[in-house]
Design a protein around this ligand. Structure first.
Ligand code: NAP
Ligand code: GLV
Length: 316
């Protein structure tokens, strides 16, 4: 009899039943189980988010699937426990699976809100003030996206319709229609120099940690705007606050933070020019994510290479 493939699943908060039945429906040849402490029975694949180290210790899986786009937490765990977590197991992440549209929505909401000065009108409304405000010239309202990967490119595409000048910054060179592309550390300041809005869609790696610091913020034009849709580890929050307080930054919208949940006494909560969301810019949509993971497992079983393989050396 053919051996059934075995899948273990773990997520600290998602509905396990939805995933167990959803994956089983898509992969009738598989046995999928919720991993629980003490379970060291064999498994071919693991589907995880924030797994305890014991779940993956010593396992030689055919594939490890992250239930998200970013794999910084998993890679960090691996760096901390190299003796327990094998770096030989192929690691896959979610590419888009409905997250790109969510990022487009968030980015367009912020960009248009800042361009059309809706926060200023809200303040005027509170003061019962009837005063039309001038708009910046459209062709000077440059928007720069840090990262030109799956999500960065998709956000840039969605911004094309408004006619703002667009820029991106990535590690390797890119050619994107209608986008002025910069790459590499040496080009960062040139990229920043013209940006009225900077949107962060970089992965968290040792190279991008603390990237958004006083030096970075000084390189922007006075009164620029910052949107972080990526990871809090990119930002030196004290430098961000100082830039907001001095007016160097006119406003920031932040979905991610150094510490999550953001502590109740953090100054960012009360800042008049800061918008906060609780790491919900683009959530994992179970149906799309299960489709992608099940299809990837089927491809691996056939000896094919599915998309989304993480390059551990690069860190994303
Ligand atoms: P991706 O496809 O891997 O794209 C990453 C981009 O960043 C690539 O263009 C890459 O350059 C660039 N990059 C990486 N390191 C760089 C460096 N040192 N300097 C310059 N550019 C660098 O990732 P994605 O799917 O677009 O996702 C991006 C991130 O969004 C994820 O890693 C995750 O942290 C975050 N995210 C957040 C949420 C949320 O709800 N807040 C949801 C989903 C994802 P190359 O193209 O040259 O390699
Ligand atoms: C969420 O932050 C993700 O990386 O999917």
């Amino acid at each position: 009899m053919r051996k059934r493939m075995k899948i273990i699943w773990y997520h600290p908060s998602m509905d396990a039943q939805c995933w167990l039945t959803g994956v089983a429906r898509r992969l009738p040849d598989a046995e999928i189980r919720l991993w629980q402490p003490g379970d060291d029975a064999c498994a071919d694949y693991a589907i995880v988010r924030s797994p305890p180290v014991e779940m993956l210790a010593g396992r030689s899986l055919k594939g490890l699937f992250a239930m998200g786009a970013g794999v910084d937490e998993l890679l960090q765990q691996q760096r901390q426990h190299p003796d327990r977590l094998s770096d030989q197991v192929p690691l896959y992440r979610l590419e888009d699976t409905g997250m790109a549209q969510q990022m487009q929505e968030y980015a367009n909401w912020c960009v248009l809100g800042w361009y059309r000065r809706f926060a200023d009108y809200q303040r005027q409304q509170q003061a019962r003030c009837w005063q039309p405000l001038p708009l910046p010239a459209r062709d000077t309202f440059t928007i720069g996206v840090l990262g030109a990967g799956v999500l960065g490119r998709s956000v840039l595409e969605s911004l094309q319709q408004w006619g703002f000048p667009l820029r991106c910054w990535s590690r390797t060179p890119k050619t994107l229609p209608g986008v002025h592309a910069f790459h590499g550390d040496a080009a960062l300041h040139d990229f920043l120099a013209g940006c009225q809005v900077v949107i962060d869609l970089l992965p968290a790696t040792p190279e991008t940690t603390d990237l958004i610091n006083a030096d970075f913020l000084r390189a922007l034009p006075h009164g620029a705007h910052f949107l972080n849709l990526a990871r809090g580890a990119h930002v030196v929050e004290a430098d961000l606050l100082a830039a907001l307080n001095s007016g160097q930054l006119a406003a920031a919208a932040l979905d991610v933070f150094q510490q999550e949940p953001l502590p109740a006494d953090d100054a960012l909560w009360q800042h008049p020019h800061v918008t906060i969301t609780p790491h919900s810019a683009a959530i994992t949509l179970p149906e799309q994510a299960m489709d992608a993971i099940a299809s990837a497992i089927q491809q691996l079983e056939k000896g094919q290479q599915p998309p989304g393989r993480v390059d551990r050396q690069r860190g994303y």
